[in-house]
Design a binder for this molecule. Structure first.
Ligand code: SF4
Ligand code: SF4
Length: 165
């Protein structure tokens, strides 16, 4: 049995339980930011640009301590620990991943909200059937916080008028 491996001339597979660097699958990311909040090393950033309506989720593997908290926190399985351990590079940007998503725009005031279009759609996909009137819920959910608050206040005033007569 060979004791000395010819790595790096021969590719070395890490064992299944090995915790390598994380990777984000852009197709699955909804831009919720849960991984950013969970990361203790500031290896993940959430950058919003309300002038263009974009959110970037940035993973800087150079700061990563391989704790896997992002993997545990991600609700869609978009960020996963891999078995990749080869991170030596002359250019740090080789190990920076950027996922760009569209922020949802309030149809009432036109301002961008603090959640993405994809996160909104995902929320509706996972709502249990029959528990809510989805269309009624959607009317409010697509509004930004300010417009939703105003609508709720208006509804309350309207309802109290009906009670008073
Ligand atoms: S493994 Fe830990 S340190 Fe690395 S990106 Fe995920 S949460 Fe941050
Ligand atoms: S937790 Fe997952 S879905 Fe949410 S921003 Fe991070 S990678 Fe994307």
């Amino acid at each position: 049995m060979a004791v000395t491996l010819k790595y790096p001339f021969v590719k070395l597979e890490a064992p299944p339980e090995y915790r390598g660097i994380p990777h984000i699958e852009p197709r699955l990311c909804i831009g919720c930011g849960a991984c950013v909040n969970a990361c203790p090393a500031d290896a993940l950033l959430k950058i919003d640009d309300h002038s263009t309506g974009t959110r970037k989720i940035v993973l800087d593997v150079g700061r990563c301590i391989r704790c896997a908290r992002c993997d545990e926190a991600c609700p869609t399985g978009a960020i996963r620990m891999t078995r990749n351990f080869e991170v030596a590079t002359l250019d740090r940007s080789d190990h920076v991943e950027v996922v760009e998503l569209r922020l949802h725009r309030c149809p009432n005031c036109g301002n961008y909200t603090d959640y993405t279009e994809r996160a909104l759609e995902k929320a509706f996909q996972i709502l249990p059937e029959g528990l809510f009137d989805k269309e009624e819920l959607r009317k409010k959910a697509i509004l930004c916080r300010n417009c939703r608050r105003k609508l709720t206040v208006d509804d309350t005033i309207e309802a109290s008028r009906e009670v008073v007569g």
